[in-house]
Design a protein around this ligand. Structure first.
Ligand SMILES: [Zn+2]
Length: 489
Protein backbone atom coordinates (compact mmCIF):
# COMPACT_ATOMS: atom_id res chain seq x y z
CA UNK A 1 0.00 0.00 0.00
CA UNK A 2 1.44 3.38 -0.96
CA UNK A 3 1.76 5.95 1.80
CA UNK A 4 -0.94 8.20 0.40
CA UNK A 5 -3.52 5.43 -0.04
CA UNK A 6 -6.47 5.58 2.32
CA UNK A 7 -5.60 3.74 5.52
CA UNK A 8 -8.20 1.07 6.30
CA UNK A 9 -6.20 -0.64 9.06
CA UNK A 10 -8.39 0.57 11.92
CA UNK A 11 -11.82 -0.30 10.50
CA UNK A 12 -10.38 -3.65 9.38
CA UNK A 13 -9.08 -4.33 12.88
CA UNK A 14 -12.50 -3.58 14.32
CA UNK A 15 -14.19 -5.73 11.73
CA UNK A 16 -11.77 -8.62 12.21
CA UNK A 17 -12.47 -8.53 15.94
CA UNK A 18 -16.18 -9.04 15.43
CA UNK A 19 -15.96 -11.55 12.58
CA UNK A 20 -13.20 -13.78 13.91
CA UNK A 21 -11.60 -13.54 10.47
CA UNK A 22 -8.01 -12.69 9.61
CA UNK A 23 -7.65 -9.03 8.56
CA UNK A 24 -6.22 -9.94 5.13
CA UNK A 25 -9.05 -12.42 4.40
CA UNK A 26 -11.52 -9.83 5.55
CA UNK A 27 -10.06 -7.18 3.24
CA UNK A 28 -10.55 -9.62 0.33
CA UNK A 29 -14.11 -10.36 1.46
CA UNK A 30 -14.95 -6.64 1.65
CA UNK A 31 -13.32 -5.84 -1.69
CA UNK A 32 -15.64 -8.43 -3.25
CA UNK A 33 -18.75 -7.04 -1.55
CA UNK A 34 -21.10 -4.73 -3.43
CA UNK A 35 -23.38 -2.45 -1.45
CA UNK A 36 -26.24 -0.58 -3.13
CA UNK A 37 -27.69 2.54 -1.52
CA UNK A 38 -31.04 3.98 -2.64
CA UNK A 39 -33.20 6.71 -1.15
CA UNK A 40 -36.64 8.26 -1.54
CA UNK A 41 -36.01 11.97 -2.30
CA UNK A 42 -38.81 12.98 0.10
CA UNK A 43 -37.71 10.74 3.00
CA UNK A 44 -37.26 12.69 6.27
CA UNK A 45 -33.73 14.17 6.67
CA UNK A 46 -32.72 12.28 3.53
CA UNK A 47 -29.66 14.47 2.78
CA UNK A 48 -28.20 14.03 6.28
CA UNK A 49 -28.88 10.30 6.30
CA UNK A 50 -27.22 9.88 2.90
CA UNK A 51 -24.16 11.93 3.95
CA UNK A 52 -23.67 9.72 6.99
CA UNK A 53 -24.40 6.41 5.27
CA UNK A 54 -22.23 7.08 2.19
CA UNK A 55 -19.40 8.51 4.34
CA UNK A 56 -19.49 5.54 6.73
CA UNK A 57 -19.61 2.91 3.98
CA UNK A 58 -16.77 4.61 2.10
CA UNK A 59 -14.71 4.12 5.28
CA UNK A 60 -14.72 0.40 4.44
CA UNK A 61 -12.92 -0.97 1.34
CA UNK A 62 -16.03 -2.26 -0.45
CA UNK A 63 -17.72 -1.62 -3.82
CA UNK A 64 -20.19 1.18 -3.17
CA UNK A 65 -23.06 2.13 -5.47
CA UNK A 66 -25.65 4.89 -5.17
CA UNK A 67 -28.53 4.61 -7.64
CA UNK A 68 -29.90 8.18 -7.82
CA UNK A 69 -33.12 6.86 -9.38
CA UNK A 70 -33.48 3.83 -7.12
CA UNK A 71 -36.12 5.29 -4.78
CA UNK A 72 -39.56 6.65 -5.61
CA UNK A 73 -38.11 9.60 -7.55
CA UNK A 74 -34.84 11.20 -8.63
CA UNK A 75 -32.37 12.46 -6.04
CA UNK A 76 -31.35 16.13 -6.32
CA UNK A 77 -28.32 16.22 -8.68
CA UNK A 78 -26.55 18.72 -6.38
CA UNK A 79 -26.88 16.30 -3.47
CA UNK A 80 -25.61 13.42 -5.61
CA UNK A 81 -22.60 15.54 -6.67
CA UNK A 82 -21.92 16.42 -3.03
CA UNK A 83 -22.03 12.74 -2.02
CA UNK A 84 -19.68 11.81 -4.85
CA UNK A 85 -17.24 14.47 -3.67
CA UNK A 86 -17.57 13.32 -0.04
CA UNK A 87 -16.70 9.77 -1.07
CA UNK A 88 -13.74 10.85 -3.20
CA UNK A 89 -12.41 12.93 -0.30
CA UNK A 90 -12.27 9.81 1.88
CA UNK A 91 -10.84 7.55 -0.82
CA UNK A 92 -9.92 8.67 -4.33
CA UNK A 93 -9.30 5.08 -5.54
CA UNK A 94 -12.52 3.47 -4.29
CA UNK A 95 -15.07 6.03 -5.24
CA UNK A 96 -18.86 6.02 -5.39
CA UNK A 97 -20.42 4.44 -8.49
CA UNK A 98 -23.62 6.25 -9.52
CA UNK A 99 -25.14 3.18 -11.15
CA UNK A 100 -27.14 0.12 -10.18
CA UNK A 101 -24.76 -2.88 -9.91
CA UNK A 102 -25.50 -6.17 -11.69
CA UNK A 103 -25.25 -8.14 -8.47
CA UNK A 104 -25.61 -6.85 -4.94
CA UNK A 105 -24.32 -8.22 -1.64
CA UNK A 106 -26.50 -5.86 0.34
CA UNK A 107 -29.11 -3.23 -0.57
CA UNK A 108 -29.82 -0.50 1.97
CA UNK A 109 -32.63 2.02 1.47
CA UNK A 110 -33.53 5.36 3.03
CA UNK A 111 -37.33 5.60 3.05
CA UNK A 112 -40.35 3.57 4.13
CA UNK A 113 -41.60 2.05 0.88
CA UNK A 114 -38.85 -0.14 -0.62
CA UNK A 115 -39.87 -3.64 -1.63
CA UNK A 116 -36.39 -4.84 -2.59
CA UNK A 117 -33.95 -3.51 0.05
CA UNK A 118 -32.53 -5.85 2.70
CA UNK A 119 -33.04 -3.11 5.27
CA UNK A 120 -34.68 0.34 5.21
CA UNK A 121 -34.51 3.19 7.66
CA UNK A 122 -35.59 6.79 8.17
CA UNK A 123 -35.28 9.61 10.66
CA UNK A 124 -38.36 10.33 12.79
CA UNK A 125 -37.84 13.58 14.69
CA UNK A 126 -34.54 13.19 16.56
CA UNK A 127 -34.90 9.41 16.39
CA UNK A 128 -34.65 6.65 13.80
CA UNK A 129 -36.79 3.74 12.62
CA UNK A 130 -35.35 0.67 10.85
CA UNK A 131 -37.14 -2.25 9.24
CA UNK A 132 -35.80 -5.47 7.67
CA UNK A 133 -37.30 -6.45 4.30
CA UNK A 134 -40.98 -7.33 4.45
CA UNK A 135 -41.87 -5.52 7.70
CA UNK A 136 -43.95 -2.33 7.44
CA UNK A 137 -43.09 0.97 9.12
CA UNK A 138 -45.38 2.50 11.73
CA UNK A 139 -46.56 6.06 10.90
CA UNK A 140 -43.86 8.69 11.48
CA UNK A 141 -44.40 11.16 14.34
CA UNK A 142 -42.37 14.21 13.29
CA UNK A 143 -40.27 15.66 10.46
CA UNK A 144 -36.75 14.22 10.60
CA UNK A 145 -33.99 16.34 12.17
CA UNK A 146 -30.22 16.35 11.69
CA UNK A 147 -29.86 14.21 14.81
CA UNK A 148 -32.44 11.72 13.55
CA UNK A 149 -30.69 11.64 10.17
CA UNK A 150 -27.26 10.95 11.66
CA UNK A 151 -28.71 8.24 13.90
CA UNK A 152 -30.59 6.61 11.00
CA UNK A 153 -27.41 6.68 8.87
CA UNK A 154 -25.33 5.19 11.70
CA UNK A 155 -27.82 2.43 12.46
CA UNK A 156 -28.21 1.54 8.77
CA UNK A 157 -24.39 1.31 8.53
CA UNK A 158 -24.42 -1.21 11.40
CA UNK A 159 -26.87 -3.42 9.47
CA UNK A 160 -24.63 -3.34 6.36
CA UNK A 161 -21.53 -3.96 8.49
CA UNK A 162 -22.97 -7.11 10.09
CA UNK A 163 -23.56 -8.71 6.71
CA UNK A 164 -20.60 -7.61 4.58
CA UNK A 165 -18.09 -8.24 7.38
CA UNK A 166 -19.72 -11.53 8.32
CA UNK A 167 -19.91 -10.70 12.01
CA UNK A 168 -20.03 -13.86 14.12
CA UNK A 169 -23.60 -14.82 15.08
CA UNK A 170 -22.87 -14.48 18.80
CA UNK A 171 -21.59 -10.96 18.28
CA UNK A 172 -24.60 -9.32 16.67
CA UNK A 173 -28.35 -9.26 16.93
CA UNK A 174 -30.72 -10.39 14.15
CA UNK A 175 -32.15 -7.80 11.75
CA UNK A 176 -35.26 -6.56 13.57
CA UNK A 177 -37.50 -3.49 13.70
CA UNK A 178 -35.80 -0.71 15.66
CA UNK A 179 -37.61 2.43 16.85
CA UNK A 180 -35.34 4.59 18.96
CA UNK A 181 -35.01 8.24 19.92
CA UNK A 182 -31.99 9.46 21.94
CA UNK A 183 -34.17 12.11 23.65
CA UNK A 184 -36.87 9.78 24.98
CA UNK A 185 -34.41 6.84 25.25
CA UNK A 186 -37.38 4.93 23.90
CA UNK A 187 -39.56 5.24 20.79
CA UNK A 188 -39.79 8.49 18.80
CA UNK A 189 -42.77 10.51 20.10
CA UNK A 190 -44.76 13.51 18.88
CA UNK A 191 -43.00 16.11 21.09
CA UNK A 192 -40.81 18.62 19.22
CA UNK A 193 -37.72 19.57 21.25
CA UNK A 194 -35.32 22.02 19.57
CA UNK A 195 -31.60 22.21 20.32
CA UNK A 196 -31.24 25.51 22.21
CA UNK A 197 -28.36 27.83 21.26
CA UNK A 198 -25.17 26.42 22.82
CA UNK A 199 -24.08 28.39 25.88
CA UNK A 200 -21.21 27.98 28.42
CA UNK A 201 -20.52 24.61 26.81
CA UNK A 202 -17.19 22.86 26.20
CA UNK A 203 -16.56 19.84 23.99
CA UNK A 204 -13.55 17.94 25.34
CA UNK A 205 -12.07 15.78 22.57
CA UNK A 206 -12.09 16.19 18.79
CA UNK A 207 -11.63 12.49 18.02
CA UNK A 208 -14.08 9.81 16.86
CA UNK A 209 -16.87 10.84 19.25
CA UNK A 210 -16.03 14.58 19.18
CA UNK A 211 -16.24 14.78 15.39
CA UNK A 212 -19.51 12.81 15.52
CA UNK A 213 -20.96 15.32 18.02
CA UNK A 214 -19.81 18.14 15.72
CA UNK A 215 -21.39 16.39 12.73
CA UNK A 216 -24.72 16.22 14.58
CA UNK A 217 -24.45 19.90 15.57
CA UNK A 218 -23.73 20.80 11.95
CA UNK A 219 -26.72 18.81 10.66
CA UNK A 220 -28.95 20.37 13.38
CA UNK A 221 -27.80 23.86 12.25
CA UNK A 222 -26.59 24.51 15.81
CA UNK A 223 -26.07 28.10 16.98
CA UNK A 224 -24.55 29.73 20.06
CA UNK A 225 -21.04 29.37 21.48
CA UNK A 226 -18.86 26.30 22.02
CA UNK A 227 -15.31 25.82 23.32
CA UNK A 228 -13.57 22.83 21.70
CA UNK A 229 -10.57 21.28 23.48
CA UNK A 230 -8.09 18.88 21.84
CA UNK A 231 -4.27 18.87 21.63
CA UNK A 232 -3.81 16.93 18.38
CA UNK A 233 -3.73 17.38 14.62
CA UNK A 234 -5.80 15.28 12.22
CA UNK A 235 -3.84 12.39 10.70
CA UNK A 236 -4.34 9.83 7.91
CA UNK A 237 -5.77 7.00 10.06
CA UNK A 238 -8.48 9.41 11.27
CA UNK A 239 -9.98 9.58 7.74
CA UNK A 240 -11.52 6.11 8.10
CA UNK A 241 -12.59 6.31 11.77
CA UNK A 242 -13.81 9.89 12.31
CA UNK A 243 -17.08 11.45 11.18
CA UNK A 244 -15.51 14.60 9.74
CA UNK A 245 -12.40 15.39 7.73
CA UNK A 246 -10.86 13.81 4.68
CA UNK A 247 -7.51 13.18 3.01
CA UNK A 248 -6.95 16.92 2.55
CA UNK A 249 -7.60 17.55 6.26
CA UNK A 250 -4.98 14.92 7.04
CA UNK A 251 -2.46 16.16 4.45
CA UNK A 252 -2.69 19.67 5.91
CA UNK A 253 -2.27 18.34 9.49
CA UNK A 254 -5.26 20.41 10.54
CA UNK A 255 -5.64 20.82 14.31
CA UNK A 256 -8.75 18.82 15.27
CA UNK A 257 -10.25 21.84 17.02
CA UNK A 258 -9.98 23.82 13.77
CA UNK A 259 -11.67 21.04 11.82
CA UNK A 260 -14.63 21.20 14.23
CA UNK A 261 -14.70 25.00 14.06
CA UNK A 262 -14.72 25.02 10.26
CA UNK A 263 -17.63 22.55 10.15
CA UNK A 264 -19.86 24.67 12.41
CA UNK A 265 -20.51 27.95 10.59
CA UNK A 266 -23.50 28.81 12.80
CA UNK A 267 -21.60 28.39 16.08
CA UNK A 268 -19.08 30.77 17.60
CA UNK A 269 -16.39 28.13 18.22
CA UNK A 270 -13.49 28.92 20.55
CA UNK A 271 -10.73 26.45 19.62
CA UNK A 272 -8.43 25.46 22.51
CA UNK A 273 -5.38 23.46 21.40
CA UNK A 274 -4.45 21.52 24.54
CA UNK A 275 -5.51 18.74 26.89
CA UNK A 276 -8.35 18.86 29.41
CA UNK A 277 -5.66 19.50 32.03
CA UNK A 278 -4.35 22.52 30.07
CA UNK A 279 -7.92 23.75 29.77
CA UNK A 280 -8.51 23.50 33.54
CA UNK A 281 -5.36 25.55 34.11
CA UNK A 282 -6.69 28.21 31.73
CA UNK A 283 -10.03 28.22 33.58
CA UNK A 284 -8.19 28.57 36.90
CA UNK A 285 -6.07 31.39 35.44
CA UNK A 286 -9.24 33.15 34.27
CA UNK A 287 -8.28 33.07 30.59
CA UNK A 288 -11.11 30.62 29.83
CA UNK A 289 -14.62 30.91 31.34
CA UNK A 290 -15.88 28.07 33.55
CA UNK A 291 -18.25 25.91 31.46
CA UNK A 292 -21.65 24.91 32.81
CA UNK A 293 -21.96 21.97 30.43
CA UNK A 294 -19.12 19.66 29.38
CA UNK A 295 -19.53 17.22 26.52
CA UNK A 296 -17.04 14.40 27.14
CA UNK A 297 -15.56 12.77 24.03
CA UNK A 298 -12.29 11.24 25.22
CA UNK A 299 -11.02 7.66 25.11
CA UNK A 300 -9.30 6.91 28.39
CA UNK A 301 -10.12 6.72 32.08
CA UNK A 302 -7.34 9.21 32.85
CA UNK A 303 -8.85 11.78 30.49
CA UNK A 304 -12.28 11.21 32.10
CA UNK A 305 -10.75 11.92 35.50
CA UNK A 306 -9.41 15.19 34.09
CA UNK A 307 -12.93 16.04 32.91
CA UNK A 308 -14.25 15.24 36.41
CA UNK A 309 -11.78 17.80 37.79
CA UNK A 310 -13.53 20.58 35.86
CA UNK A 311 -16.41 20.10 38.37
CA UNK A 312 -18.99 21.24 35.82
CA UNK A 313 -22.72 21.24 36.57
CA UNK A 314 -23.56 19.02 33.60
CA UNK A 315 -21.14 16.46 32.18
CA UNK A 316 -22.51 14.37 29.33
CA UNK A 317 -19.90 11.77 28.48
CA UNK A 318 -19.95 9.50 25.45
CA UNK A 319 -17.79 6.41 25.20
CA UNK A 320 -17.14 3.44 22.97
CA UNK A 321 -15.26 0.22 23.66
CA UNK A 322 -15.84 -3.32 24.83
CA UNK A 323 -14.31 -6.53 23.51
CA UNK A 324 -15.07 -5.70 19.86
CA UNK A 325 -15.14 -1.91 20.09
CA UNK A 326 -18.86 -1.80 19.31
CA UNK A 327 -20.23 -1.04 22.80
CA UNK A 328 -21.26 2.57 23.33
CA UNK A 329 -22.53 4.50 26.31
CA UNK A 330 -23.67 7.78 27.79
CA UNK A 331 -22.78 8.73 31.37
CA UNK A 332 -24.63 11.72 32.82
CA UNK A 333 -22.45 13.18 35.57
CA UNK A 334 -22.26 16.24 37.82
CA UNK A 335 -19.69 17.68 40.22
CA UNK A 336 -21.77 16.72 43.28
CA UNK A 337 -22.03 13.11 42.13
CA UNK A 338 -22.25 10.88 40.34
CA UNK A 339 -19.11 12.38 38.77
CA UNK A 340 -17.11 10.71 36.01
CA UNK A 341 -14.85 9.16 38.68
CA UNK A 342 -17.95 7.43 40.07
CA UNK A 343 -18.56 5.92 36.62
CA UNK A 344 -14.90 5.18 35.87
CA UNK A 345 -13.04 4.44 39.13
CA UNK A 346 -9.53 3.10 38.92
CA UNK A 347 -10.06 -0.42 40.19
CA UNK A 348 -8.13 -1.11 43.41
CA UNK A 349 -5.29 -3.66 43.41
CA UNK A 350 -5.25 -3.51 39.66
CA UNK A 351 -1.57 -2.71 39.52
CA UNK A 352 -0.09 -0.32 36.98
CA UNK A 353 -1.93 0.04 33.68
CA UNK A 354 -0.34 -0.65 30.31
CA UNK A 355 -0.04 3.11 29.91
CA UNK A 356 1.70 3.41 33.30
CA UNK A 357 4.25 0.78 32.30
CA UNK A 358 4.82 2.22 28.83
CA UNK A 359 5.25 5.76 30.22
CA UNK A 360 7.75 4.47 32.78
CA UNK A 361 9.78 2.39 30.33
CA UNK A 362 9.82 4.77 27.36
CA UNK A 363 9.28 8.23 28.81
CA UNK A 364 6.48 8.85 26.29
CA UNK A 365 3.84 11.29 27.60
CA UNK A 366 0.85 9.58 29.18
CA UNK A 367 -1.72 11.61 27.24
CA UNK A 368 -0.10 10.56 23.97
CA UNK A 369 -0.17 6.90 25.03
CA UNK A 370 -3.72 7.19 26.35
CA UNK A 371 -5.08 8.49 23.07
CA UNK A 372 -3.07 6.16 20.88
CA UNK A 373 -4.78 7.28 17.69
CA UNK A 374 -1.73 8.66 15.90
CA UNK A 375 1.31 7.05 14.35
CA UNK A 376 4.49 6.97 16.41
CA UNK A 377 7.00 9.32 14.76
CA UNK A 378 10.77 9.50 14.45
CA UNK A 379 10.57 12.97 16.05
CA UNK A 380 8.83 11.53 19.11
CA UNK A 381 11.50 8.83 19.35
CA UNK A 382 14.31 11.38 19.04
CA UNK A 383 12.86 13.43 21.91
CA UNK A 384 13.06 10.55 24.39
CA UNK A 385 15.72 10.20 27.06
CA UNK A 386 17.47 7.18 28.57
CA UNK A 387 16.02 3.73 28.25
CA UNK A 388 17.31 0.20 27.75
CA UNK A 389 18.72 -0.64 24.28
CA UNK A 390 16.07 -3.38 24.01
CA UNK A 391 13.22 -0.93 24.61
CA UNK A 392 14.74 1.59 22.20
CA UNK A 393 14.99 -1.12 19.52
CA UNK A 394 11.29 -1.93 19.97
CA UNK A 395 10.42 1.73 19.56
CA UNK A 396 12.61 2.08 16.47
CA UNK A 397 10.75 -0.78 14.84
CA UNK A 398 7.47 0.91 15.77
CA UNK A 399 8.11 4.24 14.01
CA UNK A 400 5.27 4.92 11.57
CA UNK A 401 2.91 2.50 13.30
CA UNK A 402 -0.08 3.11 15.58
CA UNK A 403 0.76 4.21 19.09
CA UNK A 404 -2.07 1.95 20.27
CA UNK A 405 0.00 -1.01 19.06
CA UNK A 406 2.85 -0.23 21.47
CA UNK A 407 1.27 -2.26 24.26
CA UNK A 408 1.46 -5.32 22.06
CA UNK A 409 4.96 -4.47 20.77
CA UNK A 410 6.19 -4.42 24.38
CA UNK A 411 4.42 -7.68 25.16
CA UNK A 412 2.07 -5.97 27.62
CA UNK A 413 -1.19 -6.87 25.87
CA UNK A 414 -2.26 -9.86 23.82
CA UNK A 415 -3.64 -9.92 20.29
CA UNK A 416 -7.19 -9.30 21.45
CA UNK A 417 -6.52 -6.93 24.30
CA UNK A 418 -4.98 -4.09 22.33
CA UNK A 419 -7.02 -0.93 21.94
CA UNK A 420 -10.06 -1.52 19.83
CA UNK A 421 -10.65 1.36 17.46
CA UNK A 422 -14.22 2.43 17.17
CA UNK A 423 -15.86 2.63 13.77
CA UNK A 424 -17.55 5.91 12.89
CA UNK A 425 -21.02 4.34 13.10
CA UNK A 426 -20.40 3.32 16.72
CA UNK A 427 -19.05 6.75 17.74
CA UNK A 428 -21.99 8.43 15.99
CA UNK A 429 -24.47 6.50 18.15
CA UNK A 430 -22.55 7.47 21.32
CA UNK A 431 -22.61 11.08 20.08
CA UNK A 432 -26.37 10.83 19.43
CA UNK A 433 -26.87 9.84 23.09
CA UNK A 434 -24.74 12.82 24.22
CA UNK A 435 -26.60 15.35 22.05
CA UNK A 436 -29.89 13.68 23.04
CA UNK A 437 -29.08 14.31 26.71
CA UNK A 438 -28.16 17.91 25.89
CA UNK A 439 -31.51 18.48 24.13
CA UNK A 440 -33.29 16.78 27.07
CA UNK A 441 -31.83 19.54 29.24
CA UNK A 442 -28.55 18.18 30.58
CA UNK A 443 -28.15 15.82 33.51
CA UNK A 444 -31.48 14.43 34.71
CA UNK A 445 -32.70 14.60 38.32
CA UNK A 446 -31.86 10.90 38.38
CA UNK A 447 -28.71 10.74 36.21
CA UNK A 448 -28.90 8.30 33.31
CA UNK A 449 -26.38 5.68 32.35
CA UNK A 450 -27.20 4.25 28.94
CA UNK A 451 -25.27 1.45 27.25
CA UNK A 452 -25.82 -0.79 24.24
CA UNK A 453 -23.86 -2.63 21.55
CA UNK A 454 -24.13 -1.07 18.07
CA UNK A 455 -24.26 -4.57 16.53
CA UNK A 456 -27.31 -5.46 18.66
CA UNK A 457 -29.01 -2.05 18.69
CA UNK A 458 -30.77 -0.27 21.55
CA UNK A 459 -33.10 -2.37 23.70
CA UNK A 460 -35.74 -1.88 26.38
CA UNK A 461 -33.90 -1.78 29.68
CA UNK A 462 -30.56 -0.32 28.62
CA UNK A 463 -31.00 2.79 30.81
CA UNK A 464 -29.99 2.74 34.48
CA UNK A 465 -30.28 5.54 37.02
CA UNK A 466 -26.93 6.13 38.60
CA UNK A 467 -26.13 7.20 42.19
CA UNK A 468 -22.84 8.65 43.46
CA UNK A 469 -20.28 6.05 44.56
CA UNK A 470 -19.65 6.11 48.30
CA UNK A 471 -16.03 7.00 48.96
CA UNK A 472 -15.60 8.85 45.65
CA UNK A 473 -13.89 12.24 45.87
CA UNK A 474 -17.12 13.98 44.82
CA UNK A 475 -18.54 12.75 48.16
CA UNK A 476 -15.51 12.97 50.46
CA UNK A 477 -14.18 16.28 49.06
CA UNK A 478 -17.52 17.98 48.37
CA UNK A 479 -16.62 21.15 50.29
CA UNK A 480 -13.28 21.49 48.49
CA UNK A 481 -14.96 21.03 45.12
CA UNK A 482 -17.58 23.64 46.05
CA UNK A 483 -14.75 26.08 46.87
CA UNK A 484 -12.98 25.31 43.58
CA UNK A 485 -16.20 25.94 41.66
CA UNK A 486 -16.80 29.29 43.36
CA UNK A 487 -13.18 30.30 42.65
CA UNK A 488 -13.58 29.42 38.96
CA UNK A 489 -16.73 31.53 38.45
ZN1 LIG B 1 -17.76 10.76 42.10
Amino acid sequence: MSTDATNYSRPLRLAAGSSGTDEADLATRLENSTVLVTADPTAPAVATTLRVLIGNLRRLPLRLHLDPNGGDGHLDPDLVAELHQLSAGIDADWSLALTRPETTTFHVHIGTRSTSAHVSGVADGHGARLRPAGIKFTPLQQPGTGLGGVLAGAMLTAEVFKVVVGVRPDRHGPARPIDFCPITLSEPDATVRPLKPLHATALIGGGAIGTAIALIFRELNATGALTVVDPETYDNPNVTTYSLGDRVTAAEKTPKVHLVRDQLPGVNVEPFVGTARDYIQAVDAGTQPMPTTVLGAVDSIDARHEIAAIHATHTLDGSTGGATGTMLSLSEATWAGPCLRCYYPHRPNQGPTVIDVLAERTGLPRDLLARGTDNFTAEQLAALGDMTPEDRAILERHVGKDICGLGKAFGLTGENESFNPSAAFVAQQAAALVVGALIRGGIAARPNYVQYDALFGPYGDMTLHRNPRAGCRCQTDAELHRAVRSHRR
